[in-house]
Design a protein around this ligand. Structure first.
Ligand code: AMP
Ligand code: ZN
Ligand code: FE
Ligand code: FE
Length: 286
């Protein structure tokens, strides 16, 4: 039986609602999914309700960004207590920081567009980005919302092109997030009763060298099955997980059709439900 433990919804930068994700997963025959929105557990309740109707187990999850020089360190939190008040407050503060950053991303991207094409250049509007991200409803704004706005104003034709030309790492719209060290991110997840898992490890420069420190901070798992990882990459990660006694997890990082993120399809790569059993055992260990 198959599962997918890395999915984004409209509670952050995915294009499908939590209910639509559950529907899609059920149609594909998945028995369990985890919702892992950036800095938000706002979609978990709706997904859980839909999951009860459709016979899909919904694992409460979240994806947090930690500051590491020169790379993306994303840490997934699984089986977190979404009602834990300090956790909710911490997430709300992170979403606030995303708003400040989002305003700056729009400012810098607009400046880049003007320097490229002059005064008549298409310009993104922060107000529209805020609506796309549903900030009034507690949404979590990120670069993908700016990408969608750039598509809407005709500056680019897709999210992928927006990242390739303006928003990708090192480009005009790559504004750093407020600095939070990985140790703090892992502690926040554990304090909320969750298991902390390093997402898409290869995106983190020298991940193998950094792993002992992360494990010392309480990291509990490694996302070995991810997106389009080749079999040899997966095998290397699984071996590394064994060395550090980390639970092996996996998921698609699906953000919606044609969004250019993750594998691009729910349930890809194939993740067996034994992965969730192992995660639950680790959760029980505390
Ligand atoms: P942010 O949280 O604002 O830093 O944005 C990071 C998100 O941007 C990731 O979770 C992906 O959804 C998306 N992303 C990053 N790189 C790309 C890319 N090359 N193409 C499409 N989406 C991307
Ligand atoms: Zn994302
Ligand atoms: Fe990520
Ligand atoms: Fe993700």
């Amino acid at each position: 039986m198959r599962i997918d433990l890395h999915l984004h919804s409209t509670a952050s930068d995915g294009t499908l609602t939590p209910e639509a994700l559950v529907d899609a997963a059920a149609s594909l025959g998945l028995v369990a999914i985890a919702l892992t929105d950036h800095d938000s557990v706002g979609g978990v309740a709706a997904a859980t309700r839909a999951g009860i109707e459709r016979g899909v187990t919904v694992v409460p999850g979240v994806e947090l960004s930690a500051d590491v020089p020169g790379g993306d360190c994303h840490i997934l939190g699984y089986l977190v207590d979404v009602g834990h008040a300090p956790f909710a407050a911490w997430l709300a503060a992170r979403r606030e920081a995303r708003i400040t950053r989002g305003v700056e991303i729009v400012r810098r991207v607009n400046a880049a567009l003007r320097s490229r094409s002059g005064a008549g250049a298409p310009q993104a509007s922060w107000e529209r980005v805020a609506r796309r991200a549903d900030l009034a409803g507690g949404g979590s704004v990120g670069r993908p919302h700016v990408a969608d706005e750039l598509v809407a104003v005709g500056a680019v034709t897709s999210r992928e092109e927006a990242f390739a030309s303006l928003l990708g790492n090192g480009m005009a719209g790559d504004v750093p997030s407020a600095k939070v060290p990985p140790a703090q991110v892992i502690a926040v997840i554990r304090d909320a009763g969750g298991v902390a898992v390093l997402a898409h490890p290869t995106y983190l420069p020298d991940f193998a060298g950094r792993l002992p420190d992360l494990v010392a901070c309480g990291l509990g798992g490694l996302e070995c099955l991810y997106g389009d990882y080749a079999p040899d990459v997966v095998a290397g990660l699984v071996a590394l997980a064994g060395v550090h006694d980390l639970v092996v997890t996996g998921g698609s990082d699906f953000h919606g059709p044609s969004t250019g993120a993750g594998s691009g399809a729910i349930g890809v790569p194939l993740v067996p439900d034994s992965v969730l059993e192992a995660l639950a055992r680790r959760h029980g260990r505390g």
